[in-house]
Design a protein around this ligand. Structure first.
Ligand SMILES: *[C@@H]1O[C@H](CO)[C@@H](O)[C@H](O)[C@H]1NC(C)=O
Ligand SMILES: *[C@@H]1O[C@H](CO)[C@@H](O)[C@H](O)[C@H]1NC(C)=O
Ligand SMILES: *[C@@H]1O[C@H](CO)[C@@H](O)[C@H](O)[C@H]1NC(C)=O
Ligand SMILES: *[C@@H]1O[C@H](CO)[C@@H](O)[C@H](O)[C@H]1NC(C)=O
Length: 315
């Protein structure tokens, strides 16, 4: 076996090179986003500049939750724009799953819409939380599956809270967690959206009475100091992402949870950005399954060649 050792450093070098290559190839991960598009209706979507901005934001994400969508016409226009054959925006085809119109007053009915990349993402189930008077817009939970992610099935629970009862609504997400995790026998649950979880609506003192916060099984991915608003007058962490459990937490790319400041990234004047929304999108990336999938054939190849070599040199 002594004759095998000179080959070892070379193999190790090769192996680390391929590992690096695989890491570079899969660097983007699987992006989940949440964006409050402030009264997104057909009239708003007819403004080509607004539609273009929303399209650029949505097309960065494998799954994007849109909140405050007023009519399905706006979504049709957005999907048509994302999927246009002639000037195809990217290689993906986008699909959507939508809640019913939710709200207390006919003048302010809103839908939760998930827009996702068809083929890469599959909707496994949907569930509208029903309990009366618990939420202004009760969460519309969707269980997703993707071959691209390290974690196989996960549940997304959206919330656009009523600002004046934000504390109670965020606390009640715990009841939603119990219901959906039991329904689908799956505790990989992510909560996302404009919770109004900052400034005057939710204070530090409020938090210790919020189960989603005082139960350490839930991890808040977007920190309190983050500003999720466009306006320079406000500095509030309204929009959040919260994840339940160690397995889900471990499947998230470190430091990938962020606000996406498209105003800077797209070099838009603030006034133009505010025509779209005063909220910024928040996002997080899941680890890709590709790392393992792509590395496996190489590992097998390297191991086989190592065995063959050790056999040959033993002869
Ligand atoms: C994801 O979508 C792209 C573009 O449509 C496709 O090439 C790829 O095979 C898909 N990946 C999976 C795992 O389905
Ligand atoms: C629920 O999931 C757990 C772990 O994923 C599994 O061991 C168990 O058999 C499942 N229970 C049911 C009723 O499917
Ligand atoms: C967390 O908050 C809930 C709801 O207010 C409360 O009933 C519970 O006692 C709190 N738990 C802890 C550990 O503080
Ligand atoms: C946290 O999760 C573990 C494992 O599911 C469970 O046993 C424990 O009771 C949970 N803790 C709280 C405070 O709910």
């Amino acid at each position: 076996m002594g004759s095998f050792s000179p080959r070892l450093p070379l193999l190790l070098l090769l192996f680390s090179f391929f590992t690096l290559l695989v890491e570079v190839v899969t660097a983007s991960g699987f992006k989940i986003c949440a964006y409050n598009v402030e009264r997104f209706d057909s009239a708003k979507a007819s403004d080509s500049r607004v539609l273009h901005t929303v399209k650029r934001i949505v097309s960065r994400c494998d799954i994007c939750l849109l909140q405050n969508v007023v009519d399905s016409g706006a979504v049709k226009m957005l999907l048509a724009s994302l999927n246009r054959e002639t000037d195809r925006y990217d290689e993906y085809t986008y699909q959507s799953v939508s809640s019913k119109s939710l709200g207390n007053s006919p003048a302010d009915m809103q839908r939760y819409i998930f827009i996702y990349r068809e083929g890469n993402v599959t909707v496994m189930g949907q569930h509208q939380y029903q309990k009366q008077n618990a939420f202004v817009r009760a969460p519309f939970a969707v269980q997703f599956q993707s071959k691209k992610t390290a974690i196989k099935q996960f549940i997304l629970v959206p919330l656009h809270s009523g600002p004046s009862q934000a504390v109670q609504e965020i606390d009640r997400l715990y009841d939603v967690f119990k219901e959906v995790s039991k329904k689908w026998n799956n505790t990989n649950v992510m909560f996302l959206g404009d919770f109004h979880a900052g400034c005057a609506y939710v204070t530090r003192a409020d938090k210790k009475n919020i189960r989603l916060f005082n139960n350490s099984n839930f991890s808040w991915m977007i920190r309190d100091k983050v500003d999720t608003t466009v306006s320079s007058d406000t500095n509030c962490a309204f929009d959040r992402i919260v994840v339940h459990g160690k397995p889900f937490l471990k499947s998230i790319r470190p430091y990938s949870a962020n606000v996406f400041n498209y105003v800077k990234a797209f070099k838009l004047p603030k006034s133009k950005a505010q025509e779209v929304s005063n909220n910024l999108p928040v996002e997080v990336s899941l680890k890709s399954s590709a790392l393992l999938l792509q590395a496996t054939p190489l590992l097998i190849l390297i191991s086989v060649s190592a065995i063959v070599q050790s056999f040959l040199s033993a002869l």
